[in-house]
Design a protein around this ligand. Structure first.
Ligand SMILES: Cc1ncc(C[n+]2csc(CCOP(=O)(O)OP(=O)(O)O)c2C)c(N)n1
Length: 256
């Protein structure tokens, strides 16, 4: 249901489409069903409260390496309503989609269909060129960042203001999660990284490594205040993937 007709493709093919104003369309559908869709505000408010409570769990978790609930919450703290995050593709994308509230349109950039790794940094660079007065942060996994890391040179050469967050688990976390979900052994998805601080510095950017969870917000603030291109290497602990994105989800939905 939307103002525009869907762009049908291989992975997005709605079977029934209603093109038009969502509120009016729902009201008219409700009329056809004899008022069965009557709007009960308190019911939806309760769902919203429960969702907010659920997604705020762990946002102050002090563990190091940093758990997803905490790094998403800390990102939200340093980004204003109009500021833009551009996500690459990895398991953190699911955590940002669940936990990061958008207050303005087009302030979370992510590509869901092809989900190409390596796209996060270039899309952040374009956002920074189009909106030089806003804070822009690229958020990448270590695997995805290394697929296009040479673009740090372009960002520095163009004089962009940009923070690149590299979520560092020395592995293809998303595929580890899928492997676990499919009941396979944890196999073949770990790798070694370069020293990201030196890597960034060698391009003329400024590298930072977060060594304590409480340093994440101040490091982001320092980087945005200084201007220019900054890379923040953030060690992450993805052990919550199993509990929240596999066990809890299965228990709550019976869908997976
Ligand atoms: C170009 C490309 N190759 C492979 C994939 C499949 N894929 C999706 S997520 C992922 C792992 C991402 O790892 P990383 O960037 O380190 O992020 P993490 O999941 O660890 O947070 C892979 C291999 C893809 N989406 N795009």
């Amino acid at each position: 249901m939307n103002y525009k007709a869907a762009q049908v493709d291989q992975v997005y093919f709605p079977q029934i489409e209603v093109v038009g104003d969502i509120a009016q369309s729902i009201t008219r559908l409700g009329d056809i069903l004899g008022g069965a869709l009557e709007f009960d505000r308190s019911y939806y408010m309760r769902i919203k409260q429960e969702t907010d409570l659920h997604t705020s769990e762990g946002s102050d978790d002090a563990r190091f390496p940093i758990v997803p609930q905490r790094f998403v919450a800390d990102t939200r703290k340093v980004m204003g309503d109009q500021d833009i995050i551009a996500l690459d593709n990895g398991i953190y994308k699911i955590w940002y989609a669940r936990n990061y509230k958008a207050y303005q349109p087009n302030t979370i950039l992510l590509d869901n269909a092809l989900a190409t790794m390596g796209a996060g940094l270039p899309s952040a660079m374009m956002a920074s060129m189009l909106y030089p007065d806003r804070r822009v942060m690229a958020i990448c996994g270590d695997g995805g960042f290394m697929m296009n890391s040479q673009e740090v040179e372009t960002a520095v050469r163009l004089g962009l203001n940009l923070v690149i967050t590299v979520l560092d688990d020395s592995s293809y976390g998303m595929i580890r999660w899928k492997q676990a979900h499919a009941g396979f052994a944890d196999w073949g998805l770990e790798f070694n990284n370069p020293d990201f601080v030196q890597h960034a510095n060698s391009y003329g950017a400024t590298g930072h490594r977060v060594e304590r969870t409480e340093d994440l917000v101040p490091t982001f603030e320092k980087a945005f205040a200084a201007g220019g291109v900054h890379l923040v290497d953030v060690p992450v602990d993805y052990s919550e993937n199993q509990r929240v994105l596999i066990d809890e989800l299965a228990a709550k939905t019976c869908l997976i």
